[in-house]
Write a protein that binds this ligand. Structure first.
Ligand code: EPU
Length: 297
């Protein structure tokens, strides 16, 4: 979130706690977690209990209740991969409601809670479906591979994967307890293959990733060969913004995708830096950067 003004209205901080195993079979466990639980503490609790599925999402700041809203993701995993359902209160009717995973319209940093239900719900708890054995490990992400190789680990446990992720995040991303930031400020843009071919000719080292889409009526994901995902951090970096600051609003020195507040920047100051960046990227690459943060007025 980026607060653009001081908020002169009632603010409710959801601080409900509790993690309950509600169902278990030979290979999986279903855990209902209250919205106010700290996300990373929940990940650590899963690791202590040998529950797999969230290890790649270690050290993401925030609470469990916000995780489905943004569909938080990192290192090849998104929280939608382990969410069974989301409990929420409909603010207009004051009624408790439940949405199943497939009803949440999850996408890349997207969900129904940011679209048609925006501002209309309070998420109260999330039910996760986690593995207790035969964990599906996601170690394909380059930085994880490098970190595991450095530590000479061939067949990592879920704890070792989490530790690798924690190391990578600590090296690259600023700790919001020490310096104000909201993680990646922009989403990685998705562009057409034709536009990509043109960019690739002009910038041969441009990082790019395939785009996968969930097939209707099936759980399998297929590559969409018409689309390519770019690294917003690289685009911003190439425009020369890394480590730059305007007053106390700055671009992190190790990750150009993260905007930071060195102390006294206002929300509007951060936003105007973001607009400068968007304009530069548009001018140099013809690519529009969409904000990942939610602007709160
Ligand atoms: N890069 C640069 N310069 C930079 C930053 C990145 O050249 O200043 C290049 C890197 O060298 C790499 C590429 O850009 O080739 C991608 O960088 P990185 O692997 O750091 O990941 P990212 O795309 O910048 C995304 C997520 C992060 C998530 C990481 C790991 C988005 C918007 N961001 O970052 O999520 O932790 O991948 O999975 O999708 C967040 O959403 O708040 C967040 C931190």
């Amino acid at each position: 979130m980026l607060l653009l003004n001081d908020i002169e209205k009632l603010v409710i901080h959801i601080d409900t706690k509790g993690k309950e195993i509600i169902k278990q079979d030979k290979q999986q466990v279903w855990v209902q977690v209250q919205a106010g639980e700290n996300w990373h503490e929940f990940v650590l609790w899963c690791l202590e209990n040998g529950f797999g599925g969230v290890e790649n999402l270690a050290l993401i700041p925030g609470n469990v209740g916000t995780s489905p809203i943004q569909n938080i993701g990192a290192y090849g995993v998104e929280v939608k991969d382990v969410i069974e359902k989301v409990h929420y209160i409909d603010i207009a009717t004051n009624k408790k409601q439940i949405l199943l995973n497939k009803e949440c319209q999850f996408g890349y940093r997207e969900s129904i809670f940011k679209k048609e239900l925006k501002g209309k719900t309070v998420v109260t708890s999330v039910v996760f479906k986690l593995s207790t054995t035969n964990h599906k490990k996601n170690v394909a992400y380059g930085a994880i591979q490098t970190k595991l190789t450095e530590k000479e680990i061939n067949n990592p446990t879920i704890k070792e994967i989490a530790n690798a992720v924690i190391c990578i995040r600590e090296e690259k991303l600023p700790d919001p307890k020490k310096i104000g930031n909201s993680g990646s400020f922009f989403k990685n843009p998705i562009i057409s293959i034709n536009k990509f071919k043109d960019l690739h000719e002009r910038f041969p080292t441009i990082p790019n990733y395939p785009v996968y889409e969930l097939q209707p009526n099936s759980k399998s994901r297929m590559q969409n060969s018409e689309l390519v995902k770019l690294a917003a951090g690289w685009l911003v970096d190439q425009c020369g913004y890394k480590g730059k600051r305007i007053g106390d609003a700055g671009v992190h020195e190790k990750q150009a995708l993260v905007l930071v507040n060195y102390g006294n920047a206002t929300g509007k100051g951060i936003l105007s830096l973001a607009h400068f960046i968007q304009n530069s990227v548009k001018e140099k690459f013809g690519v529009t950067l969409e904000m990942e943060v939610n602007l709160v007025t």
